[in-house]
Write a protein that binds this ligand. Structure first.
Ligand code: DGY
Length: 323
């Protein structure tokens, strides 16, 4: 019997074709009534593949045949993992393939915020460059500064590498455990969160969203940062108390922020949008043609393995795997 697969986000056509050769595939039409189509398809689904959808007890109550969800993302905070495990549903993700691309974006955001690129691009294109620029357009140096990385996983380490080798930065980090090999490779120094915030010129958040990282940066933590400090968030929006951040940026309590992620996504209106000292992006950490294709390929491979009785490469809840 061919198993049923539901694709709930767009996948590249060759990968849809690949899945169609092995499974009965339903592609959710994102222009139509997504929830209705999804719930209908779920009744017979053995596998789901997609991203950016909250999936837990409520959404999956009629998913009686579901064996696996293959997420096209490294982060899995939108899934109720304990519930999936309780139901015997495997969850897979796509680590590794997006590490370098996401670190590139983190660094691009850091540079753009420090040198005010979007603001000065808009200034130039608006025809306001009618005489030589003055101090009011100046940014701040990146080279040789102190970079504090909160969360030293794969992406954190890739950012440390860029900072250390490319920009001669002093690297501080805060993480759940010490990383002796990275301390050696990048001369990275471990700090508790408070010291990292106090000593860093740039604070880059790269932690997964969990109950212990939710709102880990609030009014108190922002007050610990240097007045010249810049906060970069490429982790998840809820890691930061956004109202407190808006206040700190409005009062110029810190110099600026570069944000790829927000408490609510997508976001079409926010007090952040009227602040000059913040650079905002629509969650594009992994969004390049090459990387999104590689993520989709990895997710298809995980899904195919699970539905064929083989252990998928990237199991989030390995305790569910029965072999
Ligand atoms: C991820 O994969 O978790 C990135 O944030 C892209 O969604």
């Amino acid at each position: 019997m061919r198993k049923n697969v539901v694709i709930y986000n767009r996948l590249p056509a060759p990968l849809v074709q690949q899945l169609s050769e092995a499974f009965n595939v339903t592609v959710i039409d994102t222009q139509g009534n997504v929830d209705e189509q999804f719930q209908h398809a779920l009744l017979h689904a053995h596998g789901l593949i997609g991203a950016s959808k909250t999936l837990g007890r409520h959404e999956l109550q009629h998913a009686e045949n579901l064996e696996v969800i293959s997420s096209v993302s490294v982060g899995y905070d939108s899934y109720d993992v304990p519930y999936l495990s309780e139901q015997g549903i495997l969850l897979t993700n796509t680590p590794d393939v997006l590490t370098q691309t996401t670190a590139d974006l983190g660094f691009a955001l850091l540079m753009s915020t420090a040198r005010r690129l979007p603001e000065l691009d808009a200034y130039t294109k608006a025809g306001q460059w009618t005489k030589g620029i003055t101090e009011e357009h100046f940014g701040t140096d990146v080279y040789g500064k102190t970079l504090g990385i909160v969360g030293m996983g794969r992406i954190g380490a890739a950012i440390a590498k860029r900072g250390h080798f490319g920009f001669d930065m002093r690297i501080l980090y805060h993480a759940g455990s010490r990383k002796p090999e990275l301390e050696k490779e990048f001369k990275a120094e471990y700090r508790d969160l408070e010291s990292l915030l106090q000593e860093s010129d740039f604070v880059c958040l790269v932690v997964p969203l969990t109950e212990s990282t939710r709102q880990m940066i609030g009014a108190r933590e922002l007050r610990l940062m240097k007045p010249s400090g810049i906060l970069i968030n490429i982790a998840r929006g809820p890691v930061v108390d956004e109202a407190a951040l808006i206040e700190a940026l409005s009062n110029q309590q810190i110099r600026g922020a570069g944000l790829d992620v927000f408490e609510q996504e997508p976001l079409s209106s926010s007090p952040l949008f009227s602040l000059k000292n913040v650079v905002t992006l629509p969650h594009i950490g992994s969004a390049t043609h090459e990387t999104r294709y590689a993520m989709a390929e990895r997710a298809v491979s995980n899904l195919t393995a699970a539905l064929s009785g083989n252990r998928p490469q990237d199991l989030v809840n390995p305790e569910v795997w029965k072999g």
